[in-house]
Design a protein around this ligand. Structure first.
Ligand SMILES: Nc1ncnc2c1ncn2[C@@H]1O[C@H](COP(=O)(O)OP(=O)(O)OP(=O)(O)O)[C@@H](O)[C@H]1O
Ligand SMILES: [Mg+2]
Length: 508
């Protein structure tokens, strides 16, 4: 039901002022509609207030002050109430026009301004053109305006948002993991998008297993499975490339060179030979083939990293179909969880690099053969600065390549981080959808303000005051950055199976 909020008293360009109707609440951040004279609807967002009275002038203030005693206290409250009450005082809201619907029902960017004294109302189901744009096909939460949460769903359109990359930023406890759970359950329900989630804390399966379609749509992998629902990750030597090893730490130029030489000479058997043969044999063999005599320490370092990775990621020479299986599951629009809690940071880097690279290679080849029919796939990467920091991006690792090239292949990255300022600018500028949750540090907020494609400067105060589970959603195809109350996962999951009974859960 729409509520009457006030009347327009001033407009210039996209700036609008209106008098708040008596007894009505209007808050910072409220999204309201100005009803035009010819059925147009102008959407505005309130960002400031001023209070004006017929006593606002110097003389008026002087007159009111004369009603106070020598200590500035009220002598006669009734008298003062008379002067301040009624319509002597007005509250004026200052707002910015976001977009408007013309008389034919088309949603447009601001092109004209509303007329004097038009009525202002709260949003309602009549605003379907706007609400359709906000709704998306992957539901995330409800539209928030000011202090109220409206019963109007907000989400993203996966086909537009996924290949253009997403950033989820928020301080610890702001609700990032809950958001991923909500997004993943919407994706499981939708079945049109593949999600590859690198689950650093093994926190997602337990939640997502409540989804009624979990058996058909959710696949979990772990190098050391402890439950029957988890598939054991196994890799064949031939699937490892030097880049996966390079992701495991810092290497000297000589080590880098030796690694690639090894691959050139021994091809897909390179890792197997590195682990099988002695350092002296390897050095000799390399010298024989390339004329280059590598230091034994150089080869030893490579041997040692390969050995660690071999043990951690179950790499051997048995034929394995696991990687192909993961790619096929993703391609069919399923959610794949790679549980990483028990893997060392080095193993994690190697595995994330390997899988993402396979996906990029597979989808780029597919595109060449005509990508029609491929479902978009999104790689969800937590603590993303470890992979996409300034140094990492400069080395053009697989994630940097994904960010710059993948959209052509219908692949997208979803980078999650507590400190967006640690990510390379090149990465931030490629994220066309931002989920901005509560960020304690001003440096992080300022970074996003400068890098965000949408103008979010006016929402600076709102962003500063976001509570847990609240966010600003800014995506390039939406006409404005929308404040959202993210569904609490335990409540949202009920939507898919109302039979699930959880304490305190509400029906959505
Ligand atoms: N939309 C929401 N509605 C209600 N409660 C929420 C919402 N989002 C998160 N919470 C609650 O806030 C707490 C922290 O959320 P969450 O674990 O998602 O934060 P986080 O950003 O992932 O933190 P960290 O960076 O430490 O991993 C959880 O207990 C969760 O239940
Ligand atoms: Mg988390």
């Amino acid at each position: 039901m729409t509520e009457y909020k006030g009347r327009l008293t001033y407009a210039k360009g996209t700036y609008v002022e209106f008098v708040v109707a008596p007894n009505q609440e209007v808050d910072f951040g409220d999204i309201l509609v100005v009803e035009g004279q010819h059925n147009e609807r102008f959407y505005i967002r309130v960002y400031d207030f001023k209070v004006k009275s017929r006593w606002s002038g110097l003389n008026g203030v002087g007159y009111l002050m004369s009603k106070l005693d020598e200590n500035g206290q009220v002598e006669n409250q009734e008298d003062l109430d008379f002067y301040l009450g009624g319509n002597h005082t007005v509250k004026i809201a200052m707002a910015e026009q976001l977009c408007y619907i013309d008389s034919t029902g088309q949603l447009l960017n601001p092109k004209t301004c509303p007329n004097f004294f038009c009525e202002i109302h709260s949003l309602s189901n009549n605003d379907s053109a706007l609400l359709d744009e906000l709704k998306g096909d992957l539901e995330i939460g409800l539209l928030k305006t000011g202090r109220n949460v409206l019963n109007l769903p907000v989400g993203i359109y996966g086909t537009k948002a996924i290949p253009e990359h997403i950033g989820i930023f928020g301080t610890t406890g702001s609700g990032k993991s809950n958001l991923v759970k909500v997004l993943a359950s919407s994706a499981i329900h939708n079945n049109n998008y593949g999600l590859l989630i690198f689950d650093v804390h093994n926190e997602y399966y337990q939640a997502l297993s409540m989804h009624p379609q979990v058996k058909e749509r959710l696949f979990v992998y772990n190098t050391n499975p402890e439950n029957e629902y988890v598939t054991k990750l196994k890799i064949n030597y031939a699937e490892i490339e030097p880049e996966d090893i390079l992701a495991c730490g810092s290497f000297t130029e000589a080590q880098f060179d030796a690694l690639y030489k090894m691959q050139t000479i021994w091809q897909e058997n390179w890792m197997k030979y590195v682990l099988e043969y002695d350092t002296t044999d390897l050095v000799e063999e390399l010298a024989g083939s390339t004329g280059q005599k590598f230091n034994s320490r150089t080869v030893n370092k490579i041997k040692s990293v390969c050995w660690n990775i071999e043990k951690e990621l179950n790499i051997d020479d048995q034929q394995s179909v696991i990687l192909q299986q993961i790619l096929a599951e993703l391609e069919k629009g399923n959610v794949v969880l790679i549980e990483l809690k028990n893997i060392s940071p080095v193993g994690e880097q190697a595995l994330s690099t390997l899988l993402s690279k396979k996906l990029l290679q597979y989808y780029s080849r597919k595109t060449e053969q005509g990508k029609d029919g491929t479902k978009p796939i999104m790689i969800i990467l937590e603590e993303a600065h470890r992979f996409l920091g300034k140094k990492e991006v400069a080395s053009n690792n697989v994630f940097a390549r994904l960010v710059s090239e993948a959209r052509k292949f219908n692949l997208g990255m979803c980078v999650i981080d507590q400190q967006p300022r640690l990510l390379a600018d090149k990465v931030l500028s490629q994220l066309n959808t931002l989920f901005i949750l509560g960020l304690a540090s001003k440096a992080d907020r300022s970074k996003l303000e400068t890098m965000c494609r949408k103008d979010i400067l006016q929402q600076r105060n709102e962003i500063k005051n976001l509570d847990c589970g609240e966010m600003i959603l800014a995506t390039n195809y939406m006409r404005f950055a929308a404040p959202v109350k993210i569904h609490k996962f335990e409540n949202f999951i009920q939507k898919f199976d109302p039979g699930i009974s959880l304490a305190g859960a509400i029906q959505i």
